[in-house]
Ligand binder design. Structure first.
Ligand code: BES
Ligand code: ZN
Ligand code: ZN
Length: 496
């Protein structure tokens, strides 16, 4: 049960915890707004400095614990700081029933209050997640309600409604990604997508092996050959009345990546149930569209399969013919994501979209380049890359642009086919991006390599250990938070 965040003009009388922002001033902790009895001297004596994410419980009144929440330098309180402070307060109030916070008192005049409320609600809501399905003795967040104390002309309440949708979508992605591969086969992923589509009102089409054969999805079918589980191609459509533009989303849906015959090490395989994180992000983000209601048609494709080394598995040297007719020599069966994405991207192009965004846990090389917390961002359209980057930054899902150098394209030349699926030892994230680029034609396209941020080894602000739901917030920010996205070919960025 997700934490419900609401607004309130005053602190509810029976609240168990009241979290009050405290800045880190030059001379010690500084109260921001009404301190509700907090004493900076006492805080300092108890070694509380006011650093971002620091919390300290104080006695407060009979019923209410007053918690100091650090927000760092008062002049530097940003959306990211608010998300982190809110996440910290939820972790510190994990076992309490109800909480209120005056964190909005910490918002500097140059930061929009509604955006600030969203950051607090999303930081709090996302930190309250835990995957408990298989725990005999789960320790879920008990906090059921958080009141954001402060004046509201309606904009804050509207922002909170939107945050609730975003948070539920991220929960959905995390649940899908955390689910073990043994219980989340491609068929099960498709069944869950169908349940979700039915519940929220999206159109869904699930293409089975025979359908994939008929469509010529040689990449997807090739990867699936080594597995006893049949593949699925999931297509979701959100088609609101009056939409004058289309965005296509494509998410890598490898429900388990053993590497295939180019098998991974035991260590390398341990986290590979998460190799459908891109697909989960597409399904989850789309699940929120009917509620958020952006006037854009969105079509999502999730090519889903296991990558296994069974007796019929593709062998290094085999050639696959993908949906677009492009042939690929598979020299490493562990570079399977790009094979299924080749089909997904080709199908996306057929929708004649104004933009394509793909999300994939595509390369270990991207983690080497950017570390585990930053997504790689590549594309064939600088304006679109910029838009995705700034949307990602606004919601606190960092993504960093990487180039698609033309001079590296020849590394994908094959002796026997149109392309080979590996591009050599260096710049693996870029050659993977260059491979995908072959399938998008002239459609403005962005690729997010989320191999790093799709999972986390620690609780960190809005991110929790395990599946993070990476990409969901960025997609929703773009689709429902940026009225100029996507730009039409005539450069028109306003909705009609
Ligand atoms: N799913 C992996 C990428 C990955 C690695 C994601 C680590 C998350 C954590 C992908 O299918 C893969 O194995 N890629 C290979 C490509 C190589 C063979 C060209 C890789 O990155 O090593
Ligand atoms: Zn792989
Ligand atoms: Zn993979």
């Amino acid at each position: 049960m997700a934490l419900v965040v609401t607004t309130g003009v005053a602190v509810p009388p029976d609240v168990e915890v009241l979290a009050v922002p405290v800045a880190k001033g030059a001379d010690g902790p500084e109260l921001l707004g009404d301190g509700h009895g907090l004493d900076p001297g006492e805080l300092a004596a108890r070694r509380f400095e006011g650093k971002v994410g620091e919390t300290l419980d104080t006695a407060g009144s009979d019923r209410t614990t007053v918690m100091a929440v650090g927000v760092g330098d008062a002049a530097e309180v940003s959306l990211d700081v608010l998300r982190r402070s809110a996440a910290a307060l939820v972790r510190a109030a994990w076992k309490r029933g109800s909480a209120a916070t005056t964190l909005l008192d910490a918002v500097p005049p140059d930061v929009d209050r509604a955006e600030a409320a969203r950051a607090v609600a999303e930081g709090a809501g996302l930190a309250a997640y835990r995957f408990t399905r298989y725990k005999s003795d789960p320790d879920p967040c008990r906090l059921a309600g958080l009141t954001l104390v402060g004046a509201d002309d309606g904009a804050v309440a509207a922002a909170l409604d939107r945050s609730a949708e975003v948070v539920s979508a991220v929960y959905l992605a995390r649940d899908l990604v955390n689910e073990p591969a043994g219980s989340l086969s491609p068929r099960e992923l498709a069944a869950r997508a169908a349940e979700i589509a039915e519940r929220v009102g999206l159109a869904i089409e699930v293409i089975d092996e025979a359908g994939a054969e008929a469509l010529g999805l040689g990449g997807l079918l090739g990867v699936a050959r080594g597995s006893d589980e049949p593949p699925r191609l999931i297509k979701l459509t959100y088609d609101p009345a009056g939409a004058d533009r289309t965005v296509a989303l494509v998410g890598k849906g490898i429900t388990f990546d053993s590497g295939g015959l180019s098998i991974k090490t035991a260590e390398g395989m341990m986290t590979m149930k998460t190799d459908m994180s891109g697909g989960a992000a597409v399904i989850a983000a789309m699940s929120a569209l009917p509620a958020l209601g952006p006037p854009v048609r969105v079509v999502g494709f999730v090519p889903a399969t296991e990558n296994m080394p069974g007796g019929r598995a593709i062998k290094p040297g085999d050639v696959l013919t993908t949906r677009s007719g492009t042939t690929v020599e598979v020299l490493n069966t562990d570079a399977e994501g790009r094979l299924v994405l080749a089909d997904g991207l080709a199908l996306a192009v057929e929708e004649e979209p104004d933009a394509i965004i793909d999300l994939a846990t595509l390369t270990g090389a991207c983690i080497v380049a950017l570390g585990p917390k930053i997504a790689g961002l590549m594309g064939n359209d600088d304006e679109l890359v910029d838009r995705v980057r700034s949307a990602a930054e606004r919601v606190g899902e960092p993504a960093w642009p990487l180039p698609l150098p033309k001079e590296y394209r020849k590394q994908l030349d094959s002796e026997v086919a149109d392309l080979k699926n590996i591009g050599g030892r260096h710049a693996g994230a870029l050659t993977a991006g260059l491979f995908l680029q072959e399938f998008v034609g002239s459609v403005p396209w962005v690729h997010l390599d989320i191999a790093g941020p799709s999972r986390s080894d620690d609780d960190d602000g809005a991110v929790v250990k395990g599946a993070t739901g990476a990409g969901v917030r960025t997609l929703l920010e773009l689709l429902a938070g940026d009225p100029g996205f996507p730009t039409l070919p005539d450069g028109n960025t306003t909705f009609s």
